[in-house]
Design a binder for this molecule. Structure first.
Ligand SMILES: *[C@@H]1O[C@H](CO)[C@@H](O)[C@H](O)[C@H]1NC(C)=O
Ligand SMILES: *[C@@H]1O[C@H](CO)[C@@H](O)[C@H](O)[C@H]1NC(C)=O
Ligand SMILES: *[C@@H]1O[C@H](CO)[C@@H](O)[C@H](O)[C@H]1NC(C)=O
Ligand SMILES: *[C@@H]1O[C@H](CO)[C@@H](O)[C@H](O)[C@H]1NC(C)=O
Ligand SMILES: *[C@@H]1O[C@H](CO)[C@@H](O)[C@H](O)[C@H]1NC(C)=O
Ligand SMILES: *[C@@H]1O[C@H](CO)[C@@H](O)[C@H](O)[C@H]1NC(C)=O
Ligand SMILES: *[C@@H]1O[C@H](CO)[C@@H](O)[C@H](O)[C@H]1NC(C)=O
Ligand SMILES: *[C@@H]1O[C@H](CO)[C@@H](O)[C@H](O)[C@H]1NC(C)=O
Length: 763
């Protein structure tokens, strides 16, 4: 029989167990034969994989460096399609790539290229399966229909979507795509964007690429870089493979293969419980003692673990209802994800509002500066709980008789005033196990999880040595590694000292920079490198840009952009400059600083505290636009402990900056905020304001807003200080702010924060 086929096929079939790289028409893979097609470098192969006696076909990393059971599948034909054990995958003689399912007896997936004069297929070294015509033009490619994974070099264009492997029919689905404003977006269903990149280039014709050195990058239509993030092991040479996958739990992660295992080196949503509906209808997300996210159903009516965790109240409930209080719990509606938000209510009112509304099933009270009550009208809710969550939720329970009276309060009758506090009657269901819901077993999930894990291509070590100062065009994230000799060069042998350990320098393209010496003695090299990578991945127009660094064994330098107008402190000390800082400019300044800090606190992969925010660390460019510097050094590099503490401190410090900017005195005016508060209380606000701006005119409403939010920042009880995001909203005029209570501890510039706590601060 073989003799009748073309000689090239005979060669392949007779002498090689697999077809390498070039796949002629008529080639076939089948479940029974367990054969595969490999790329020329052997890094990728396309073959059937087993999912508990059902099969799928896909491209997986095939490298001998990775044990077979850890080889991740990076592309699957037909997504979640599963076929029987006599199925085959064929490049037909008319050029169509088809998957035939033996169970159903039909072709279930095809590339639909029979009219495109396909001459052969090639599995390229980068993992792309392409169909070529006689002219070697690509007619179809697997990169054109990505599954849940991006391998290095693969483009995700604005018309493409990465979709997480499906969990079950009920639960939600997650996708990654480029949204209309040009950001990468993680979306739940079509409604909810729960993560996005922060580029906002206002165009949607972009592409996302995973660079082989471990950076996830977004390029615009003319291939200039608009956004990037870096993996922990960015640029490290011992990483053999990388891949980016939208994992089953809705988080986007970068995986790399180092020292014989797959590691997660970056994930989009730092706190897994912040992934919208990560628990679906199986409950609410919490971390167990070992720090793993698990799904719990705190209000299940049955003692048998159920795949669904619905609220125990339906709108047809006849015999009335009672409310269950869940402390440290935040709930949100998922089907539909709509809620009614009522602001300026107390926790008790929030409970009553739900109790009295026949349609309400649950409510959540949140106080993030402005107290809010979020009313839910569906039985489908998800959420999260944990000691760090300050929200309280109220769940309505129907009093209609039911067959089995559940043992709701298995734990101690914790809070006598709240008569039903329920805790975890069902035990925990791990997030990963959610996939088991709906007929798929846990084992399948594990197989998928392990199987899909990871990938990609082994590249030579990225050599920094080829990098010259003047690259082609601007590179927004391109901070450069520099040698000590280069630093000497750009600073003219450290000639122009402009501050403590700080020198002015000029890059070859005439850009002025500030070079600061952190001292090899003071910072460990590895830690410094990690810090640089982190700082280099932070981009905000109101943060001073990192231009380069030097991390030789005996040197630690950071190189930043130079801003012509110097620090805010020096500007406020200069009467001439102060005059030029009109009320409008000052408000813009505050807003810029607030946005920058808010971005650090909330917009970054991990919380970044500033830690030493002050007028000295805020710089003004030629247009008096503010940029914050020295971020991330005191806040997390030094003591990467309590983020909450640094956060509260930043808010306090921002209060001091507001006072300095309003009063025109870097020391906060006579008597600090106590005196300012008394003046505000007495209606003498004009006395607080810098005389230099009064002449130019001050908007009374704006001033009132600034002062109110400022006094909130000075609250001794850290929990009463507004989050930075709220401050931004207030300064923008988007939300109203209540009159603040007395700050109650002295708040002069020099004063340390008091530890005194307001007695009436509870609740
Ligand atoms: C190929 O072309 C023929 C004739 O033009 C058409 O009937 C058929 O539907 C086409 N097939 C595909 C897969 O486009
Ligand atoms: C990705 O897109 C760029 C720009 O369009 C292109 O040059 C490059 O070849 C593409 N890469 C792949 C693997 O298709
Ligand atoms: C995008 O558009 C918005 C509104 O049109 C504008 O405020 C913003 O500055 C633009 N951003 C960029 C990067 O052009
Ligand atoms: C790129 O996008 C911008 C903004 O949408 C547009 O003005 C420009 O013409 C585009 N350039 C190309 C080469 O498509
Ligand atoms: C936490 O959850 C993980 C994953 O389900 C599990 O392996 C671990 O044993 C759990 N730890 C505790 C203390 O329950
Ligand atoms: C949910 O919100 C959408 C859009 O905001 C609206 O069209 C829909 O009617 C709302 N559904 C409910 C149940 O309120
Ligand atoms: C309820 O809990 C009590 C004590 O924990 C136990 O004795 C009783 O059997 C439980 N009832 C049900 C219906 O599970
Ligand atoms: C809980 O409170 C409701 C109404 O406030 C009351 O009817 C019920 O008896 C209380 N339950 C317990 C166990 O105290």
């Amino acid at each position: 029989m073989l003799g009748r086929k073309k000689s090239s096929i005979i060669f392949v079939i007779v002498f090689l167990p697999v077809v390498f790289s070039q796949i002629p028409l008529g080639s076939k893979l089948s479940v029974e034969d367990k054969n595969h097609w490999a790329s020329r470098n052997g890094d990728f192969a396309i073959r059937f994989f087993d999912r508990l006696n059902e099969y799928g076909i896909g491209i997986r990393i095939n490298s001998g460096l990775i044990p077979v059971e850890k080889q991740p599948v990076v592309w699957v034909a037909g997504g979640d399609l599963r076929v029987g054990d006599k199925s085959y995958f064929e490049l037909t003689n008319n050029g169509d790539l088809v998957l035939f399912d033996s169970t159903r007896g039909v072709v279930v997936w095809a590339s639909k290229t029979s009219n495109s004069s396909v001459a052969e297929a090639v599995l390229q070294d980068d993992g792309n399966l392409v169909l070529l015509n006689e002219n070697k033009d690509i007619v179809w490619q697997s990169f054109g229909t990505p599954s849940d994974t991006l391998v290095p070099g693969q483009n995700l264009s604005s018309s493409q979507v990465l979709r997480a492997a499906s969990r079950n029919s009920v639960s939600s689905f997650y996708s990654l795509r480029i949204g209309v404003i040009g950001d990468l977006e993680l979306k739940w269903e079509n409604d909810v964007v729960y993560w996005r990149s922060t580029a906002r280039p206002n165009q949607s014709d972009l592409r996302a690429v995973l660079a082989s050195n471990g950076a996830l990058q977004l390029f615009d239509n003319v291939s200039s870089l608009v956004w990037s993030v870096f993996a922990e092991d960015h640029g490290e040479s011992d990483v053999k493979f990388r891949f980016l996958r939208l994992d089953v739990d809705g988080n986007l992660r970068l995986h790399s293969w180092t020292r014989n295992s797959w590691k997660i080196v970056w994930q989009a949503v730092e706190n897994q419980c912040d992934v919208f509906a990560t628990c679906g209808v199986t409950g609410i997300c919490a971390f167990n003692e070992s720090g793993f996210p698990v799904c719990k159903c705190p209000y299940s009516l049955s003692s048998v673990p159920s795949p669904k965790c619905l609220l125990p109240y339906q709108q047809t409930c006849k015999s009335g209802s009672s409310m269950i209080k869940l402390d440290h719990t935040s709930l949100y509606a998922i089907y539909p994800p709509n809620e009614t938000i009522i602001s300026q209510v107390s926790s008790n009112q929030c409970q009553n509002l739900c109790e009295q509304d026949r349609l309400c099933t649950a409510s959540t009270f949140i106080n993030d500066g402005t107290p809010k009550c979020r009313i839910k009208k569906t039985q489908y809710v998800s959420g999260q709980s944990g000691s760090s969550i300050t929200s309280v939720s109220f769940v309505k329970r129907c009093s209609d008789p039911i067959a089995v009276i559940p043992n709701l309060s298995r734990s101690k009758p914790a809070n006598p005033s709240q008569n039903t506090t329920i805790e975890d009657p069902d035990g925990a269901i791990c997030v990963s196990c959610v996939i088991g819901v709906g007929g798929v077993t846990i084992l399948v999930f594990i197989v998928i999880h392990v199987g899909l894990t990871g990938y990609w291509i082994y590249r030579r070590r990225y050599s920094y040595t080829t990098r010259a100062f003047s690259g082609d065009g601007p590179n927004p994230s391109g901070f450069l590694p520099m040698t000590y000799v280069e630093l000497k060069d750009i600073t003219d042998n450290f000639k122009h000292r402009i501050g403590k350990n700080t020198f002015k320098g000029v890059l070859p393209e005439n850009q002025s920079v500030v070079v600061k010496d952190y001292g090899a003695m003071n910072v460990d090299q590895k830690k410094f490198r990690r810090l640089v990578l982190k700082l280099g991945s932070i981009h905000h127009k109101n943060l001073v840009r990192l231009e380069g660094y030097c991390c030789d064994p005996s040197y630690r330098f950071l190189v930043h952009e130079f801003l012509t107008n110097g620090s805010l402190e020096s500007c406020l000390r200069d009467p001439g400059v102060r005059k030029r800082l009109t009320w409008r400019k000052r408000l813009d300044l505050l807003l810029a600083i607030a946005r920058a800090i808010s971005y650090l606190h909330m917009g970054c992969r991990e919380f970044i505290g500033h830690g030493s925010l002050s007028c000295e660390n805020v710089f003004l460019d030629e247009n008096f636009e503010a940029k914050v510097n020295e971020f991330g050094l005191g806040g997390s590099a030094g003591g990467d402990g309590d983020g909450g503490g640094v956060c509260a401190r930043d808010i306090w410090d921002f209060g001091l900056i507001m006072l300095a900017v309003v009063s025109g005195d870097p020391q906060g005016g006579n008597g600090g905020c106590d005196v300012a508060y008394e003046k505000w209380l007495g209606g003498n606000v004009a006395e607080i304001v810098d005389k230099e701006v009064v002449e130019g005119g001050v908007d009374g409403d704006e001033l009132e807003r600034v002062l109110r939010i400022m006094f909130w920042c000075f609250q001794a009880d850290e929990r009463m200080r507004p989050p930075m995001g709220e401050i931004v909203n207030v300064l923008e005029g988007a939300v109203a702010v209540d009159p603040p209570p007395h700050p109650s501890v002295c708040c002069k510039i020099s004063s340390e924060e008091g530890s005194e706590t307001r007695s009436n601060s509870n609740d």
